[in-house]
Design a protein around this ligand. Structure first.
Ligand code: HEM
Ligand SMILES: [Cu+2]
Length: 584
């Protein structure tokens, strides 16, 4: 399972550079031959252009969204009625485990990395990411992870079935399919870490002259914060899965209580990653929404600096709350109290962001097109998910609804109503920039309204059946929950269908949509100041940043200027220094 993916990567040429170096051959440091896309075929080869990689990432992730979505449809078909109809219990366990793992590790996390890959260098005025080859490697690690997860269904004993959390000792004693999760997570994790390092170095060293930290668009701040989370937290899940691998394959006893192992330790290490991971799946979306709201309301972001600081506050606080996932695990009970308190506190910076977005909308000239609808949908739905999250922070309530459908409702309000809505907002918003075409606005709106209505019809009732005691992760349930489950299943099929509108719109518009102008939204940030799609090296002239990114409605405000500031000179300025002092 390790050898095949590596053989694949070597076959692609991912390590050629190292081989050349080791063999003492010239390493062609300035080689741009694998830069830029010439036809659709370019997207199937390793490419070092961040724009190509961004699109590779995004399309690849959406493929896995559809695969994961199909598994959800199968689960909802099984759950439409009590009793067993389509799949046996073990297959059901496999379905929810692979559904969740794919959507987390192969959709939400990488699709954000993909969107940011495309727009972030453009936004900060850089010609590419800091390490283009590493960037390509990060992408090509993902199919390795994805194929492993899907291939697990063919393993003897079925796919991994212990949930995306893979708790030990369940995972250390499960059939072989479990190892596909354990190893796939290493590839997905390595990809995240490499990308996060790339973003950090790019943001720190490659900003255009005049782009001080406090003139960066919030999307850059959001990815800066997310990358910090990734480089600190992701090694922990890698560790947890290496422990499982060692226990499983080599008979180590990390989690074997009989031999002095500690089962709870798995949960501590796992959640030390996976709580920060929920912010890894949220902060980039916060960045997207800030861009969309400011442009579509024609207003400066309210409390720009507080928005940036609250992102950093979330990064720090995110590491102090992990054991709120373990209230019923049997750990020392006193740890629950500080974890409850820190969890309530982390809602404060998130609340600051929600109120700042609302204040940004206040008296704005609001344009309700598709990206804006999804951004507003995010604002409302994520707030609902946040509120059930604060409820879950309260120990007594959490004990009552642990392992019930209330948790499933909460997860989906934050991940679907939260993350996925921001992803849709971002994809529609940057579609013209990425493809050079306009999407169909009517279909976009239809997609939003069907998604919004059926999303709520699917997931809101889960709160009720959860509080009433319907357990999660089960293929069958008591008759008293039958009516709601039928409603949920029917709504979820409609939700599944609504995504076909999106798929059709994207494919048809990419092929035959109207040509996009450079700046259809009249936005100020730098990515909109170049053609759609942008030139191969992004900027023919290095931009100089002279003001904030969101001065909408401020007469005469400019963010970046091109031209007179002699490009050669600007290039010579050490990256990251300010050509001009920041002005307020
Ligand atoms: C059409 C949309 C979706 C439907 C109908 C759906 C349905 C389901 C179902 C039936 C379960 C199993 C619940 C259980 O038995 O405990 C589940 C679990 C889960 N889903 Fe989804 N889902 C959808 C979209 C998403 C998305 C976009 C994400 C984003 C990451 C996601 C993440 C999860 C997670 C993390 C779990 C927890 C699995 C576990 O308990 O281990 N789902 N979903
Ligand atoms: Cu958490």
């Amino acid at each position: 399972m390790f050898v095949l993916p590596f053989a694949f990567l070597i076959g692609l040429g991912c390590f050629d550079y190292w081989f050349y170096w080791a063999a003492g051959k010239p390493t062609r440091a300035e080689d741009h031959s694998s830069h830029g896309a010439t036809s659709w075929k370019s997207y199937f080869h390793p490419n070092t252009d961040h724009k190509v990689i961004g699109i590779q990432y995004t399309v690849h992730s959406f493929f896995f969204l559809f695969v994961g979505g199909l598994m959800a449809m199968l689960m909802r078909a099984e759950l439409a009625q009590p009793g067993r109809q389509f799949v046996d219990a073990n297959t059901f366990n496999g379905l929810f485990s692979v559904h969740a793992s794919i959507l987390i590790f192969l959709f939400i996390i990488p699709v954000f990395a993909g969107l940011a890959n495309f727009v972030l260098p453009l936004m900060i005025g850089a010609p590419d990411m800091a390490f283009p080859r590493l960037n390509a490697l990060s992408f090509w690690l993902l199919p390795c992870a994805g194929v492993l997860m899907l291939a697990s269904f063919f393993a003897p004993g079925g796919s991994f079935a212990s949930g995306w959390t893979a708790y030990a000792p369940l995972s250390t004693t499960a059939p072989l399919g479990q190892m596909f999760f354990t190893i796939a997570v290493q590839f997905a994790g390595a990809s995240s870490i490499a990308t996060a390092l790339n973003f950090l170095v790019t943001i720190i060293t490659m900003r255009a002259p005049g782009m001080s930290f406090f003139r960066m668009p919030l999307l850059a701040w959001a990815n800066f914060s997310t990358s910090l989370l990734v480089v600190i937290a992701t090694p922990f899940i890698a560790a947890s899965q290496f422990f499982v691998l060692l226990d499983y394959a080599l008979g180590f006893h990390f989690f074997d209580a009989d031999k002095g192992g500690d089962v709870l330790m798995y949960q501590h290490v796992f959640w030390f990653y996976s709580h920060p991971a929920v912010y890894i799946m949220m902060l980039p979306g916060f960045g997207i929404v800030s861009e969309v709201l400011a442009v579509k309301a024609r207003k400066p972001i309210f409390g720009y600096r507080m928005m940036a600081f609250s992102l950093l506050a979330i990064v720090v606080l995110g590491f102090t709350v992990w054991a709120h996932h373990m209230f019923v695990s049997g750990m020392q009970s006193w740890i629950r109290i500080p974890m409850m308190v820190t969890t309530a506190i982390i809602a404060v910076p998130t609340g600051i962001k929600i109120f700042s977005w609302l204040a940004t909308l206040w008296r704005g000239v609001i344009r309700l097109d598709t990206p804006m609808l999804f951004a507003l949908g995010f604002l409302t739905m994520f707030t609902c998910g946040g509120i059930s999250g604060v409820m879950l922070a309260m120990i007594p309530l959490d004990i009552h609804v642990s392992d019930t459908y209330f948790i499933v409702a909460h997860i989906h309000y934050v991940l679907f109503g939260g993350s996925l809505f921001t992803i849709f907002a971002g994809v529609y918003y940057w579609f013209p920039k990425m493809t050079g075409r306009m999407y169909d606005e009517k279909l976009g709106k239809l997609h939003f309204w069907t998604t919004f209505v059926f999303f709520n019809a699917t997931f809101a009732p889960m709160h009720i059946i959860g509080v009433n005691g319907m357990p999660r992760r089960v293929a069958d349930y008591a008759d008293q929950f039958a009516t709601w489950n039928l409603v949920i299943s029917l709504a979820s099929f409609c939700l599944g269908l609504s995504s076909l509108i999106f798929a059709y719109n994207m494919v048809a518009s990419w092929r035959g949509g109207a040509r996009a102008v450079a700046n259809p939204w009249r936005a100020l940030t730098l990515e909109w100041q170049v053609s759609s799609p942008p030139p191969v090296f992004n900027f023919d002239q290095v931009p100089t940043v002279v003001g904030g990114p969101y001065e909408y409605g401020v007469p005469g405000a400019v963010h970046g200027i091109f031209g007179p500031a002699a490009p050669a000179e600007a290039k010579a300025t050490p990256a990251g220094t300010h050509a001009q002092p920041p002005t307020e």
